[in-house]
Design a protein around this ligand. Sequence first.
Ligand SMILES: Nc1ncnc2c1ncn2[C@@H]1O[C@H](COP(=O)(O)OP(=O)(O)OP(=O)(O)O)[C@@H](O)[C@H]1O
Ligand SMILES: [Mg+2]
Length: 310
Amino acid sequence: MTALISGSVAFDTIMVFNDRFKNHILPDQVHILNVSFLVPDMRREFGGCAGNIAFNLRLLGEDPLPLATVGADFDKYGEWMEKWQVRQDHVRVMDDHYTAQAFITTDLDDNQITAFHPGAMGMAHAVDVPTGEENAIGIVAPNGPEGMVKHAEQFKAAGIPFIFDPGQAMPLFDGEQLMSFVEQATWVAVNDYESQLLRDRTGLTVEGIAEKVEALIVTRGAEGSHIYADGEKLEIPAATPEAVSDPTGCGDAYRAGLLYGLGNGMDWETTGRIASLMGSIKVAHHGTQNHQFTMDEFRRRYEEAFGGSF
Ligand SMILES: Nc1ncnc2c1ncn2[C@@H]1O[C@H](COP(=O)(O)OP(=O)(O)OP(=O)(O)O)[C@@H](O)[C@H]1O
Ligand SMILES: [Mg+2]
């Protein structure tokens, strides 16, 4: 199975301010806001939805192909992908741009101030969906908006089944555009907040969305997930994590599990549980690509979490 992953490839720079923003941002002076936070702790992580989903699929032994545009500063990320044997055939470098990047400053109350520079991601439509891959399955994850529209259309035209995963890109689309994505998609995957937004924008109910696709998957953090398929609602339990360190990227890990189950013809109970375990393994680690396991370990943890095997 080859997973064609339209989505962002981004650097995440995470800085920790060892104090509280509220001690420095004074409400009566926000009209002249000029603050500087000293951040001795800083990490630079490999991230972005396509990067994360591809990494997780490699852990599962699959063959992911990100469809993404990156900038002149991509080298280190490229080496990381090479190390994990993620094919870069459809990762295009745009020399005049930076790779998409998020600068996240966190304080001791877990508040966050984030700046996101989309950079080369905005040109994702320069990459086309390849049609020559055998047993292909696709996903349209958050990416440049024009790229998302184009890749959904190309998946549809090529007869490649795909997941529509609007994520944080949801606000960029109006109801009509979202409806068009749903009508082209084979499956829709959202978290519970995005599910609400999708319902508000399209005017559809959960059942209404589910009827338009083979399945609607709604993730609910530590509470697990719901899969609406074949007129039924499956409740997929969360797997107990070893620690709860960082929820960022659980959605992407879960989606890798979905692609794995779907691409290998598994039923929804199994597919959902594999996805759930992926999210639970991820949540125990900081960053989005710092967890690791062997397939033997994964199968053992699956049995421990849910009983039975896959
Ligand atoms: N604390 C947790 N314990 C166990 N499983 C979790 C936990 N957090 C997430 N998961 C698993 O990962 C899945 C996806 O997580 P979640 O619903 O938080 O996605 P998300 O909101 O899209 O996250 P993000 O966009 O930050 O990656 C959940 O449905 C669940 O199966
Ligand atoms: Mg998400």
